[in-house]
Structures are given as structure tokens and as C-alpha cells.
Design a protein around this ligand. Sequence first.
Ligand code: HEC
Ligand code: HEC
Length: 441
Amino acid sequence: MFLAQSATRNVGLVILAIVLIGFLVYLLFNLLESRDEVGSEIELAANRKPYHDDDILETTMLDRSLMSALALLAIIGLALPLYWLGEPGRQEGYVDNTLELWTEDGAEAFEENCSSCHGGGGAGGIAPYALTAQGSGEFVASVDWVAPSLTSVLSRFTEDEVRYILNYGRNGVMPAWGAPGGGPLTEQQIDIIIVYLRSVQKDSDAVQAAVQDGLIEEGRLELAGKETPELVSQLEDAKRALASATQTGLSSQIDPAQAMVSAANLALGNAYPTETVAAWVAEISDPDHAEYLTYGKLLFVNRADSGAYSCARCHTSGWSFDGANDRDIEGNPVTQLPDGSPGYLQGGGWFGPNISGGSEIAQFPDFDSHVDFIRKGSVDGERYGVAGQGSGQMPGFSTRTDDDIIEKVDEDGVTVEREKTWPASLTEDQIQAVVAYARSL
Ligand code: HEC
Ligand code: HEC
């Protein structure tokens, strides 16, 4: 559509150029041809009324009619190409205008239906969820389930995949919104929400900054766990106390527990300032470092932007609501390791399949093909690895290009139109590291 419009514009420009050149040539010849008037020789006939004399007729009058003819010609010659020039702009304006209106309406629909869990502007948030026992359906605990930020979702999923998630919801925690899944929104409401989501996507720098912040948060816990485990246990105890207090719903118990969590976090922050942790994270990101796999793990469990860039939210049961620290009504940890201690079986599978126990070496015998799968994610109906069948629900963590969204960008002062490419969630180095870690599980 946009190509066709620029073709129309080019035709308009060529016609305009021809008219202008023609006009200049005409002016040139006209000036060259013109000579001084020699004056009239014919007397006025008796049966005629006197009219302008030849002097006037052949000069002022003739010039006047010629000029008005010329003006008309100019109007026709100029107005047509000008109209032609304006038309694509008008059509483009119409498209821009429609997208703008959709974005505005989408923003409203989003704030109304989605922001309670996903945060204002899709910044990420929490969905309160009543956890029930599998099978019996009995109430286990009320937990806070992370609702990922949606400000980079178009980097990881196509718009069709997002539409599928909106139509059918996800795992019962994210309700179905579209009619196909029995939800309340119309197809058009879903469409305008997706158009709105385009407008809140972060740029590449902002995504990396968020990933980096998350790595530092996770890195602080990891580093403290190695060097001063008592600081980490203090925080975990506080979190458990808060989880138990939350089950009671009594603010007289919740408030002091909350204060304990804040104090423990403060102590950790003081012992491990951001610069110290950032330097350590940079150090272990070197593939030759002995703790390189720990770097991969930090990426795997990164809580930045409510887990948007992590793998654990789909591949680790209980991680999305901190099941190792959450307590059920009897005070037991909600998520346990096979030996009964509170914790997660990292990569043990949940919404996404179990990727631990060496299963990934079998699915992707070749490291590079594994990396490539994480870059692109799965495609509905397409096979992957040795025996994988994609559903389109495994996100891609590299860049993603939308060939039907054209953006105008400034390249060295020239505005060019090109297909929209959404920034990568993880850099190439980060993808390699997370894959190395996942293969070690
Ligand atoms: C009741 C809380 C809640 C509401 C309301 C809600 N969501 Fe969600 N949404 C979630 C949770 C929780 C998840 C993550 C589910 C999981 O962990 O499997 C999620 C996942 C998603 C995902 C997948 C993101 C990803 O990166 O995997 C998209 C897209 C999404 N929601 C969009 C929306 C939109 C758009 C709306 C409004 C129409 C909405 N959600 C309303 C809780 C909610
Ligand atoms: C939004 C949920 C989600 C997230 C986040 C996610 N995955 Fe997945 N993953 C899936 C699903 C679902 C599948 C199954 C394939 C399908 O349905 O298309 C899958 C499949 C896989 C597979 C293939 C497993 C097999 O044996 O078939 C690997 C490997 C994998 N994911 C690794 C990762 C890594 C590494 C990350 C983080 C960088 C990650 N996933 C993040 C949902 C997710």
C-alpha cells in the first residue's frame, strides 16, 4: 500500500516537473519572439462604433486575454499534479489518523481490562490468585502471581500469537478475553489493544537497561548466598513470615512482616552495593569464567519487568508466585524440591516442558541449533529440534521484524520507510549464556 502510494507521488512529481519545465520554455520563447509594437494603420469604419484603437487591442487587451488564458492553464497544469501529490498524503493521513484513534481507544480498553494485573501502560504487575490443589481443587493458598510487563511482548511474540493469548488466556491466571475463549471482548477490542501495545514497546536500550537491573538484583542474592548466607536466610525468613501473615489477612501481622522484609533487603543492599554486584556480574559473564553458568542462571530467573525476560516463569513450577517462600494455610511451603525442602526444580517444567535432566541435549544435540531456537521461539505447527512440535507459545528472545508495520526513521537526515523491527529481549551473548545454563540442568 505504502509502495503504491510513493509510486503515485513519483508520477505526480514527474508531471509537475514537466509542467514547470514546459512553462519556462514557453516563457523563454515568448520573450525571444516579442518585438516592439509598431502601431495601428487602419482608420475606424463609419458604420462601426468606436472601439479601442489597435494600439490598445494589440497590446493591453491581447495581453490581458492571453494572460488570463495562461493563468487558467497554469491553474489546471498545477492544480492537477498538486492534487495528485496531496492524495497519498491524505490517504496516509487517514491511515495514521485511524491508528492514532485505535491507539487511544486501545489505551482506554487496556487501562480498563488489563492494567489491574499488568500495571499502568503494561509496565508489569501482580495477579492475586487462589492456588488450588491439583485434582481435588481444594484451596491451598492465595498467592501473588507475576503478570509480566507487556512493554517488550512484541519482541517475543507475533501479533497473531499475542491475539491467541488474549483470546484464550494463559494457565487460568490470565483470563480469556476474546470470544473464542469465552471472554468478554470483541475481535475489534482485541485488535485495538494490540495496536495500543505497539505504542508502549521499549526501545533496545531500555530493554537492556531493564535486563541489567534484574541481573543485579538476582546477582546480589547469588553473591550474598555464597559469601554471607545469613543475610539471604534473613530475607527468606522475613518473606516466609510475610507469606504466613498474608494468609491471615490481618494488617496487624502483615505490617511488621513487611517491615522485616524491607529491613532484610536494606541490609543486603548495604552489604552489596550496586557497583560491587554489577562488577561481579560483568566478570562472570565471560564464557571462560568458572561461574559462567551462574550468569546463565541469573538470566534464566531474572525478575526484571515482572519476569518478562526470564525462562523460569514458564519452565519452573512455582517460580511465578515465589512458591518456595509462600506458605499454605498449614504453614508448609507451597513449592518443594523432590526431597521436601522448599525450593524450585529449576527448568523442571510447567507451562513449558521440562528442560532439565539432560532432555535438552537430546532435543538439540547441536548447541547452535539450541541457540537458534531460543532466538526465534516456536512457530505454531512447525517442528523444532529432534522431536519438538511448536505451538507458537515459546517466545523468541532475539529481534523480531513485522513486515506489515512500516515505520519512518531518520537515517542521516533522510526519512526512510522500513519494516518495524522490535528489539531483542536478550543479547546474543546472553542467549548463549542462558542456553549453556539450560543445557547443564
Ligand atoms: C487477572 C490478572 C490479569 C489480567 C486482568 C490480565 N492479565 Fe495478562 N497475564 C496475567 C498473568 C498472571 C500472565 C502470565 C501467565 C503465566 O504466568 O502463564 C499474563 C500473561 C499475559 C500475556 C503473555 C505475556 C508473555 O510475555 O508471556 C499477554 C500478552 C497478556 N497477559 C496480555 C493481557 C492483556 C492485553 C490484558 C487485558 C485485556 C490482560 N493480559 C489482562 C494476568 C492478567
Ligand atoms: C511464555 C512462556 C515461555 C517462556 C518465557 C519460555 N518458554 Fe521455553 N517453551 C515454552 C513452551 C510453551 C514450549 C513448548 C513448545 C511450544 O509449545 O511451542 C517451550 C519449549 C522450550 C524448549 C524446547 C523444549 C523441548 O524439549 O521440546 C526449550 C529448550 C526452551 N523452551 C527453552 C527456554 C529458554 C531457555 C527460555 C528463556 C530464555 C524459555 N524457554 C522461555 C514456553 C516458554
